[in-house]
Ligand binder design. Sequence first.
Ligand SMILES: Nc1ncnc2c1ncn2[C@@H]1O[C@H](COP(=O)(O)OP(=O)(O)O)[C@@H](O)[C@H]1O
Ligand SMILES: [Mg+2]
Length: 259
Amino acid sequence: MDDLTFHGVDITYGPAGVPPTVKSVSMTARAGQTLGLVGESGSGKSSLARAAVGLVGISRGRITLGDRVVADASARRGRPRPSRAIQMVFQDSVGALNPRRTAGQTILEGIAASGHVPRADFRPELERILDLVHLHRRHADRLPRELSGGQRQRVALARAIAARPEVIVADEVTSALDVSVQSAILNLLRELQEQSSLTLLFISHNLAAVRYVSDHIAVMRDGQVVDQGASATLLANSRVPYTRELVKAVLTIPPLTTT
Ligand SMILES: Nc1ncnc2c1ncn2[C@@H]1O[C@H](COP(=O)(O)OP(=O)(O)O)[C@@H](O)[C@H]1O
Ligand SMILES: [Mg+2]
């Protein structure tokens, strides 16, 4: 198990000379723990998520998983080397799932990608993973449109887990769901993390969700991490005014409950 670390990362969209959208981000998702990344829409959270899985290049700094370099701005113009070890799950599970593939077929893609499971064991492995994400065997034969939003998000998580990653980057995975379903998915993430000893980078604009799952929290604003620390400390007594504002806003709504 290794830490996922961002070392002074800039991300720049557009031609050279344009100022970076994400500036000097340094943060660590510790091995086997959850780093929550919170910040308003447009602050650069998804850009960092995409950089971690090689969907976008970085213009300065490095991203490492232990000794392994995931992205390096000084090598090959920052062109990332995607790694199976880091899997991403998105908000839009409808868009992320192939509409013509059943849940089972989608999860089997992940199992095949793991490279760990002989073909003869695909079926039992599929059943194990369905159990892990609390989907019924019969759901395996359904297409995305025949599943609820929460069930689709379970399929997307299942595919990610099936690939046996070390890190899951979960970008707004609960944001499109009803509150009750959100709690169920957050509980599932916590459970998966404990059972599979995953490292989780949990990204959300919603501090209520972030605080529910995170050991550490980084707060983003306008492309920069303006605050970070252990969840309890950061929530209780951050010195950063922006964090205090966010915390105050979240304390006025009821906490997410375990359902
Ligand atoms: N592919 C892109 N090309 C140009 N600008 C982009 C691209 N992706 C994101 N941006 C811009 O970068 C900023 C940060 O976006 P994003 O990382 O998606 O933020 P968040 O996930 O926090 O809402 C936004 O201003 C957005 O418009
Ligand atoms: Mg985003």
